[in-house]
Design a binder for this molecule. Structure first.
Ligand code: FAD
Ligand code: DLZ
Ligand code: SF4
Length: 511
């Protein structure tokens, strides 16, 4: 009996649950490049090249390991353009009598998998994705009956479960979290670590030509594309990060510097999310760096927390909240994003840096995403669903299960505070503290009103002022509201007028 095992574009792992105990002689692995996936948003060109090239390389690796792989290319003249169409063709081609598949990463594709048994009239076994520590059922069990789904508590459970940085049931160093030691601004340094460069090989060059031809109008640039597209190169990048950047990861986690895209970050999320790197194994290696004295605890704990904490938690929230999560809009924000989110052409230096590098490389680090592009979108009252689509389009690591809760939840407060106890908004002061951006900007970060005033300043107060009804009772905002109330009527009025003039010239609907 032939078994068809579809391998989706973010399932590029050898230890995939659908492959466990599969017989190489009677299984056909099906990999499909399909228009449906390449067009559900206008993906950044580099994201398309990365996924298609990594899929093609992985297919070669699977064949070399003895698997029978049926690979459908995007430009195959018979390609039906959809997973369902390609499964139907493959079932006929191979006379397969059952399907085994690892569960999909997002609601849209999950619904397709669920329909296959009825659609094709054969048994379909959908297996749990064992590349995550916390299954959907585990997360439900953790969340049930809790009044608040606080990440920190979830994270502590994951530490206990994995034993990472635990000694005799207690957290290493006597504390769970060393963030107080982190969050330092960074100085430019000639010895700063750099990710390794993986120049395109023949397979990637073919995909680049395909993407330039078919997706010429999509956002982003391909010049200088040098991401890893194989597990071996992703592993070289991981080793490079552990040896050179991890020791200072914690200190400079939130720092931003003009022209520096990577700082002490790992730039491993695309590889982790598509399956080229095993996240738990990576955490064990980071832990070893601490145990063997090569990296300090604040860095290693911070790094491990991002992966077994935030990453697993975001996935849990995405599946728990259901397919309707994408429509939440707690603050009733309706403004379209300014057109320059797709060009980077703005005089606000922080935004032109974050967006410019995003369009050039399909990457920006967490604080750029949260406190520059996300902060600005929230302050101007941008429609959270549109903001979500922008993030889903432009980042190499963007898959809905991780992007949506980060964007709509954490960054845009669209869910009203499920993930964060207060909205991530700030005036220019925060950006000035954590970066050198303001020194390169045409605006003055110290001014709130006037032609040269940093727009973030008046927008920040305007945001709090206009959302008083919804946010006024939030304890974590008590101090800023008190500060606002202490201002004279005249100061408050000129601040409102400054923000409103700025919003008006942005165009679009009302906030
Ligand atoms: P590092 O700073 O080196 O962090 C280590 C790893 O931790 C990352 O590789 C990632 O796997 C994980 N991680 C860190 N923070 C988060 C988080 N908040 N949620 C989930 N995993 C996390 N991450 C994505 O993988 N895909 C996305 O589409 C995505 N969209 C985001 C949108 C917004 C608005 C925000 C604020 C954050 C988003 N993130 C997303 C989280 C984070 O910005 C990226 O994971 C990180 O910048 C990737 O770069 P890195 O590998 O150098 O991360
Ligand atoms: C993101 C993406 C893109 C752009 N193209 C493909 C593709 O052609 N074939 C494929 O199998 N996967 C692709 N992917 C990744 C899928 O969207 C991803 O596997 C699903 O989101 C899982 O739910
Ligand atoms: Fe951004 Fe304001 Fe600083 Fe300019 S002055 S870089 S707009 S925070």
């Amino acid at each position: 009996m032939t078994t068809l095992i579809p391998i989706l574009g973010d399932q590029l792992s050898f230890d995939l649950s659908s492959l466990a105990s599969a017989d190489k002689g009677s299984s056909v692995l099906l990999m499909m490049e399909v228009a449906e996936e390449t067009t559900y948003v206008r993906h950044h060109k580099a994201k398309l090249v990365y996924i298609l090239s990594a899929m093609r390389h992985h297919a070669e690796a699977l064949k070399n390991a003895g698997w029978q792989v049926d690979y459908i290319r995007l430009d195959d003249p018979e390609n039906t353009g959809s997973f369902n169409g390609e499964i139907a063709r493959a079932l006929a081609r191979h006379a397969a009598e059952r399907i085994i598949v690892t569960e999909a990463g997002e609601w849209r594709v999950s619904a397709m998998l669920e329909s296959w048994e009825t659609l094709f009239g054969i048994p379909v076994e959908i297996r749990t994705d064992s590349r995550f520590l916390c299954s959907h059922a585990d997360f439900e069990q953790w969340a049930d009956g809790r009044s608040e789904l606080t990440m920190e508590w979830f994270y502590r459970g994951m530490r206990q479960r994995t034993g990472l940085l635990m000694t005799d049931g207690k957290p290493e160093g006597g504390r769970w979290n060393f963030d107080k030691e982190n969050r330092k601004p960074a100085q430019r340094d000639l010895l700063m670590p750099r990710p390794i460069s993986c120049p395109p090989d023949a397979i990637t060059r073919d995909v680049i030509a395909l993407v330039e031809d078919r997706f010429a109008g999509n956002p982003g640039s391909l010049s200088g594309f040098d991401y890893a597209v194989t597990a071996a190169d992703a592993e070289r990048q991981a080793a490079n990060f552990l040896a050179h950047a991890l020791p200072q990861f914690g200190d400079y986690e939130d720092a931003m510097l003009t022209g520096e895209r990577f700082l002490w970050h790992s730039i491993l999320s695309p590889y982790i999310n598509s399956g080229l790197i095993d996240p738990i194994e990576l955490c064990r290696r980071a832990e070893r760096e601490y145990i063997e004295g090569r990296a300090p605890l604040n860095s290693v704990e911070g790094y491990i927390r991002q992966i077994i904490g935030w990453r697993e938690y975001m996935r849990g929230i995405y599946w728990r909240e259901g397919p309707g999560y994408v429509d939440r809009n707690f603050l009733d924000h309706r403004r379209p994003l300014p057109g320059w989110y797709w060009t980077g052409k703005t005089e606000m230096h922080c935004l032109s840096e974050a967006i410019g590098q995003t369009l050039a490389t399909a990457h920006a680090h967490h604080i750029q995403r949260l406190m520059v592009t996300g902060n600005f979108a929230l302050l101007i009252g941008a429609d959270p669903k549109q903001v979500h689509r922008w993030y889903l389009e432009v980042y190499l690591d963007a898959y809905e299960w991780v992007e949506l809760p980060n964007t709509l939840g954490m960054s845009q407060f669209g869910d009203g505070g499920l993930l964060g106890t207060k909205p991530y908004v700030s005036s220019g002061g925060y950006i000035n503290r954590m970066s050198d951006y303001c020194g390169h900007c045409r605006y003055d970060v110290k001014q709130r009103v006037g032609e040269d005033a940093c727009p973030f300043n008046a927008l920040y107060w305007h945001f709090l002022d206009r959302h008083r009804e919804r946010l006024g009772s939030n304890q974590r905002l008590a101090m800023p509201y008190r500060n606002w109330d202490r201002q004279s009527d005249a100061v408050r009025e000129e601040t409102r007028a400054q923000a409103e003039a700025f919003l008006q010239q942005l165009g679009g609907d009302d906030y």
